[in-house]
Design a binder for this molecule. Structure first.
Ligand code: SF4
Length: 385
């Protein structure tokens, strides 16, 4: 049995392993050898991992020894995987379900025809042009939803960001050694283009959601005036659906402007409730975790539907110090939901940055149980209700 990495090397417990769900992608970790019980590396083998489909939370990481000439690993959510009774198993648990996030397959040119017919209704819309790339090239579900007219639709708005996350999926330093999975949007979307897409979606999709702040962009709060005017224009024409913002929560005053403009819901991302671990990963420019917490508190006080987008990583999220900090925050600030998001990064690169736990971690199952015990809904997706 190979070792797993949970911040400390150990054998997975039976309750941490499930048969690999549909949509799981097995992956090898090049020039890395698996660590076996007993601690030795199996020289003639290559380490195995898996990438989970949406709706599952990773519980353990692959344990491996990196060879000196090993290439940097691209930004994926590497999960411990092994074969049990001739069947692939992964260390994961189901944490949410939604038809909208079930793995999708399209007949040849089916998606392209949805894109073409939607764009024909608004041919000069530059944001639709960007979303067409996101939908067809990156396979982004919320971009596809704009063309499929269902669920949560993407409204990317900001090329700039006031953070430099080590695992940013839209922009990486040239010397990072691995590319960002998506190219950061270059243009600043305008109010009219954003409002036209949002109105078409909210007026045609029951329980529709439109979300500013997507994987292909920077920080939307840096475009507060544009978003506020777009929200006002949308709400002047329809009360339907939900206007949501996905953000790093860095600018509480700007968030307050959007709340006054009519924002309904907000999802604020963080990798940790500890100031030092947060700063090490986000590398924030001109703000800190205290500002993020102030944004959460203000949105809760204003009655918004507030979710935290917790970037989870075994060995960090379930570190006893992290769980205690999470407990303290959730018992003081009543958010509606914690969405767990598997952090996409080379585990050894992340541990090198934020450190491994000084004590054996509590285990991801326990860390997630504690969130539920705080009376907070646990999941992975932004739901209409
Ligand atoms: S906050 Fe988002 S856009 Fe900004 S650096 Fe981090 S991941 Fe990238």
């Amino acid at each position: 049995m190979p070792f797993a990495d949970g911040g400390r090397l150990r054998v997975p417990r039976p309750d941490e392993l499930i048969a690999a769900p549909p949509g799981t992608i097995p992956t090898v970790l090049p020039r890395r050898t698996p660590l076996l019980v007993g601690g030795h590396a199996a020289r003639n083998r290559v380490a195995l991992g898996a990438l989970l489909p949406a709706g599952y939370t990773r519980l353990l990481l692959p344990a491996y020894r990196r060879q000196s000439d090993a290439p940097a690993l691209p930004l994926f959510g590497y999960t411990f995987a092994c074969v049990v009774a001739d069947e692939l198993h992964v260390a994961a648990m189901r944490t949410d379900a939604s038809d909208d996030w079930t793995p999708r397959t399209f007949a040849p040119s089916e998606l392209e025809s949805y894109v073409a017919s939607r764009r024909a209704r608004d041919p000069s819309n530059a944001v639709l042009a960007q979303l067409a790339v996101c939908a067809t090239t990156y396979g982004c579900f919320t971009a596809q939803n704009v063309f499929l007219e269902r669920g949560e639709a993407a409204l990317p708005v900001s090329p700039r960001c006031n953070a430099r996350c080590i695992g940013c999926i839209s922009e990486q330093d040239a010397d990072a050694g691995f590319p960002s999975p998506q190219a950061r949007v270059r243009d600043e979307a305008d109010v009219d283009a954003l409002a036209r897409i949002a109105l078409a979606h909210l007026e045609r999709v029951p329980d529709g959601i439109v979300s500013f702040g997507q994987g292909c962009e920077g920080e939307p709060l840096l475009r507060v005036t544009t978003i506020a005017r777009a929200i006002e224009r949308i709400r002047a024409q329809t009360p339907a659906g939900t206007i949501n913002l996905n953000t790093n929560g860095s600018l509480p005053k700007s968030l307050a402007v959007l709340i006054d403009a009519g924002l309904d819901a907000v999802r604020i991302s963080l990798n940790s409730f500890r100031t030092d671990v947060y700063a090490t990963y986000y590398r924030p420019l001109g703000y800190g975790l205290a500002d993020v917490f102030e944004s959460v508190r203000h949105a809760v006080d204003c009655g918004l539907r507030v979710s935290l987008n917790l970037l989870t990583h075994p060995g960090v999220t379930d570190d006893a110090r992290e769980v205690a900090a999470c407990d303290d925050f959730l018992s003081a600030v009543r958010v509606a939901m914690v969405q767990t998001r598997t952090l996409n990064i080379d585990p050894q690169r992340y541990f090198a940055a934020v450190g491994r736990p000084s004590q054996p971690p509590l285990g991801m199952r326990e860390a997630l149980r504690r969130i539920g015990a705080a009376g907070v809904r646990l999941g992975n997706f932004t739901h209409a209700h």
